[in-house]
Design a protein around this ligand. Structure first.
Ligand code: SAH
Ligand code: SF4
Ligand code: F3S
Length: 476
């Protein structure tokens, strides 16, 4: 039985047991998420809030009373996908005129009530900081009124809400540690859709990790747009505004990482995303100190050229970035490293594009997420610069970067052949039922014969061969 099923049943069971009729009263929710891990994690908060209202979940939107789509606004393409999806929900609305459709997340926050004008189908628009208001908004929509809440908050972290784990395997779970972002990278819509950065009480983070471990989870990923800027000072204050004593009592990211690692040596800890301007050696030493903190760092670079990085307002130069890579290699020598890159940012020349390729050669990333620049309304770049690299040039540069990354991924994967990897088993291999798959500490996928192992086990696997990005071996 899949974990998903278990969650569904527990939601239904509880709804049936509750005596006083709740607003949801067994109504069915179809909830779908787009975008980054933070959005998926938020959907688990939403599911929790609605479960408390007596809603059950369904995998089939044709039988839903409520459809919620948690949206992403990071690139034009992400928004197009959501709009496409909304046209499919129209079919469900035809068969069930009482169906309520809600748009949640970053695209909702970006478009606000404009969404209601543009898409007649939509009944509710809710931004990422307003999910506690969902029961009220639903009530209003049931009465036939359109409902909007896109207020951003300086405090909301949903720290007290226990997420309902959706669609997972019962092994890995996300834990949000910060919300929002204060960085204002010129290309990025996130500060507008998620508001100011705030950190969550470490006590609630550690407790969530403990509970997950006791439920059988074996890996947690700590989430934030910039995890390195995590700072708990006892309630929202910035470090500069605290007394010396208060500063000493503050919890930094490396201290938080350590506390989560100490929950149990069999609980793996990952985190995302690190920011090159803020990643300290402290964090690297903490990773090196604990076996269960994975040797894997996602360190987006965006460009290998300092002029472009400056225009992007990233807060570092090419040299600074490479010095952070040196620090990783020195302190965590076995680390897997991945990146994000944007091609064709405003005014990027051919030579500057080649700087990105040469930086990739210097680093030899294990993985990468690569995108053509997409101009976003309201961002610094939209207001200040011209989106002047032709689409064809952007996509050709993107193809060159993707090709080089494929080459590097293959080289890095091959370096793992002949070595023994400690693998956390996540499930049965998609390609063959008698094989299991999991990941090593560096986050590379490893496939091996099932024998008597099961998901959640740690298995030492000798890698005997590999494909482009997967190691293949046997348990030793
Ligand atoms: N907070 C993370 C990333 C958030 S968005 C960080 O700072 O690294 C994930 C990635 O999407 C970014 O790293 C960037 O590579 C890409 N991205 C963001 N805005 C974009 C845009 N306007 N066009 C293309 N890619 C973009
Ligand atoms: Fe966007 Fe930059 Fe914040 Fe990342 S750090 S979310 S890219 S503004
Ligand atoms: Fe998209 Fe919002 Fe995440 S814009 S990438 S869902 S923070």
């Amino acid at each position: 039985m899949s974990e998903n099923k278990v969650i569904d049943e527990s939601i239904q069971g509880e709804a049936l047991m509750i005596e006083a009729p709740l607003r949801g009263n067994g109504k069915k929710l179809f909830l779908e998420s787009y975008g980054c891990a933070m959005n998926f994690s938020d959907s688990e908060i939403v599911a929790s809030i609605l479960k408390d209202q007596g809603y059950t979940t369904t995998q089939n939107f044709f039988e839903a009373d409520v459809i919620f789509v948690n949206t992403c606004a990071i690139r034009e393409g992400a928004e197009q996908r959501v709009r496409q999806r909304l046209t499919e929900y129209k079919k469900a609305k035809k068969t069930n005129p009482d169906l309520i459709v809600g748009v949640l997340g970053c695209m909702a926050e970006r478009l606000k009530s404009k969404f209601l004008e543009e898409e007649k189908l939509v009944d509710i628009v809710v931004g990422p900081d307003a999910y506690r208001d969902l029961p009220n908004l639903l009530l209003s929509a049931e009465d036939g009124n359109k409902a909007v809440n896109v207020l951003l908050s300086k405090e909301e972290t949903y720290a007290d809400i226990t997420p309902v784990r959706l669609g997972g395997n019962g092994i890995n779970a996300f834990i949000s540690i910060t919300r929002g972002c204060d960085n204002m990278c010129a290309f990025c819509v996130v500060p507008f859709t998620r508001g100011r950065e705030r950190s969550r009480d470490p006590e609630t983070i550690v407790n969530e990790a403990k509970n997950l471990f006791s439920e059988g989870y074996r890996e947690v990923t700590l989430l934030g747009q910039n995890v390195d800027s995590y700072l708990w000072t006892g309630g929202g204050l910035k470090k500069e505004n605290l007394s010396k004593e208060e500063q000493e009592n503050a919890t930094t990211f490396s201290q938080l990482l350590e506390r989560v690692a100490l929950v149990n040596p069999d609980l793996r800890v990952r985190f995302s995303t690190s920011h090159p301007k803020d990643m300290t050696d402290d964090v690297l030493y903490t990773i090196a100190k604990y076996e269960n903190i994975c040797s894997y760092i996602h360190l987006p670079v965006q460009s290998g050229n300092t002029r472009i990085l400056e225009m992007m307002n990233r807060g570092y130069t090419r040299e600074w970035y490479l010095s952070r890579i040196d620090a990783i290699r020195r302190i965590v020598p076995d680390a897997g490293i991945s990146m994000d890159i944007i091609t064709g940012f405003c005014s990027e020349t051919e030579e500057e594009h080649r700087d990105t390729l040469s930086l990739m050669e210097a680093v030899q990333y294990d993985f990468g997420y690569m995108f053509a620049y997409s101009e976003r309304p309201k961002t610094l770049a939209e207001r200040k610069y011209k989106d002047d690299v032709p689409a064809g040039v952007k996509s050709r540069r993107l193809a060159e970067i993707v090709d080089l990354q494929l080459k590097h991924s293959a080289i890095r994967t091959k370096q793992g052949v002949g070595k023994i990897h400690r693998v956390l088993v996540e499930g049965v291999s998609k390609k063959s039922a008698d094989k299991l798959f999991g990941r090593n500490s560096q986050s590379t996928v490893v496939v091996f014969p099932k024998e008597n192992f099961k998901p959640g086990d740690y298995v030492n696997v000798l890698a005997e061969t590999c494909t482009g990005a997967t190691l293949i071996g046997k348990a030793v």
